[in-house]
Design a protein around this ligand. Structure first.
Ligand SMILES: [Zn+2]
Ligand SMILES: [Zn+2]
Length: 468
């Protein structure tokens, strides 16, 4: 991996604001610095991102930030930025003030990334010489309008983190369950693109190059209405057992310094305070029902704490609904002082990396919908399960720990019962399993009494260590 790179980055907007995009080439400059500075130098990695409707300057800055992200992933320590935006060059150098509130967070993120390097420089060259980045930017707008993927990031030998893997560009490992759905633009395809094709030899148990040790905290173990339910005096809702107080289902995954949230329900704020959660690196959504996303607005605190955007990953169909409902939180270039979340929508395709840990989306049937479960190494979290078809089950073999939803004993049109969950567990045979997303029909102890060895009832605050 290169120590020194040249980055050519460019933003495009057709109208100001208008449909906009970011493009960048990252060129290895270790061997020959002058050759790397040539406009036609072959790139090591490229970025081509559609950004939706925004201004040209937001697009210019986003291109810089995205290219610096990729350079960091490549391990670069010295960066030479070549841009055709004089404004960005002058503002990064500190010679011009940043007056546009939309640019402030992008400027801050770019500077933070640059200052983390051993050395950097930024200079302006005319657009004609920045043709490679300009072409990648314009290709993104054309691609998005033609229904292709929003983001295509090409890395050397890539099957890991990045738009290509996440949003279904080339070179991405995929999953059998989604491959069948990739034919034709299904609901929610279009802007975010379809799922990638199946890669042979893909191992769902691969925990990634640097997975760290995983600890899972059950933030919430309750169904959509929570337990106790409002105005209910049933035995569970009036139980003195603290494990019968079930906030809306959610889990926190910790590995190394990374913190990944699965679902952001309406109890998120209280859960985060209860667990002393002081930062987040990414958010994974199972789906767009209110009990999984009702707390998205509270993520703004984690934007403040990290000083930048948070990626929110979900399947395309869910993401489209979430972005529609929380549009204000998914607008590129928001000021971090505006008191609103700064979220970047990332469509699930195949496996992706967060830090050095690999995550695999697992197709789960929830009523008439396919939603996302998540596997990482030997651990999997599947909530709102009505059933899991063979395409999902093959991704859940050989698990150490499975957290899976079980609503109650009475059949429900979109959720499996406790007995159905036990049958699923018996088929998947993880070393141990925990039931979550529970309603108020059953107390903790009444369920636990009937469970086979290796299966337990989850409860709010439960910590699962050594989960894979
Ligand atoms: Zn009740
Ligand atoms: Zn649901």
């Amino acid at each position: 991996m290169p120590r020194r790179v040249v980055i050519r980055a460019d933003g495009a907007a057709r109208g100001n604001p208008g449909p906009a995009s970011a493009g960048a080439v990252i060129i290895d400059a270790d061997a020959d610095r002058d050759a790397a500075r040539r406009p036609d130098a072959p790139p090591l990695a490229t970025v081509s991102d559609y950004l939706g409707r925004t201004t040209n300057n937001v697009a210019e800055y986003t291109a810089v930030v995205r290219a610096l992200e990729v350079a960091a992933r490549l391990g670069a320590r010295e960066v030479e930025l070549i841009l055709d935006s004089n404004l960005v060059v002058e503002q990064l150098a500190g010679r011009w003030r940043v007056k546009d509130a939309k640019l402030a967070p992008l400027h801050a993120e770019a500077l933070a990334r640059l200052r983390a390097l051993d050395a950097w420089s930024a200079r302006q060259e005319p657009r004609a010489r920045n043709h490679a980045a300009d072409a990648l930017a314009n290709a993104a707008i054309d691609r998005a309008h033609a229904g292709g993927p929003a983001s295509v990031v090409r890395m050397p030998g890539d099957a890991g983190e990045g738009g290509a893997a996440i949003r279904g560009g080339e070179g991405a490992a995929a999953q059998p369950g989604r491959a069948a759905r990739a034919e034709g633009p299904g609901p929610g395809a279009g802007l975010w693109g379809a799922a990638p094709a199946l890669e042979e030899g893909f191992d769902p148990a691969d925990p990634g190059p640097d997975p760290g040790e995983l600890t899972v905290t059950i933030l919430g173990s309750g169904t959509s209405g929570g337990v106790p339910r409002i105005a209910c005096d049933c035995p569970t809702c009036t139980s003195a057992d603290p494990r019968d107080r079930r906030t809306r289902s959610s889990a926190l995954l910790a590995f190394g310094e990374r913190r990944v949230l699965i679902d952001a329900g309406p109890d998120l704020r209280a859960q985060a305070i209860r667990e002393g959660l002081d930062h987040l690196d990414a958010v994974l959504l199972t789906h767009e029902h209110a009990d999984a996303i009702g707390g998205l607005d509270d993520l703004r605190r984690f934007n403040e704490l990290r000083g930048g955007y948070l990626d929110v990953r979900a399947y395309a169909e869910s993401l489209a609904v979430v972005v529609g409902r929380f549009g204000y939180a998914f607008t590129p270039g928001q000021s971090r002082f505006a008191g609103i979340p700064m979220l970047r929508p990332v469509e699930l395709g195949g496996p992706f990396l967060i830090g050095g840990r690999r995550f695999v989306p697992v197709p789960v049937v929830h009523g008439d919908r396919v939603i996302a479960g998540y596997r990482t190494g030997g651990f999997a979290y599947c909530s709102d399960v009505q059933r899991i078809d063979p395409d999902g089950r093959i991704l859940l073999r050989g698990l150490d720990t499975l957290v899976v939803s079980a609503l109650r004993d009475i059949p429900h049109p979109t959720h499996q019962t406790v007995d159905e969950a036990l049958a699923l567990i018996a088929d998947l045979r993880p070393r141990r399993a925990f039931l979550t997303h529970l309603d108020h029909d059953l107390t903790h102890t009444s369920i636990e009494r009937r469970l086979p060895a290796g299966v337990s009832v989850a409860w709010d605050g439960l910590r699962i260590t050594g989960a894979g």
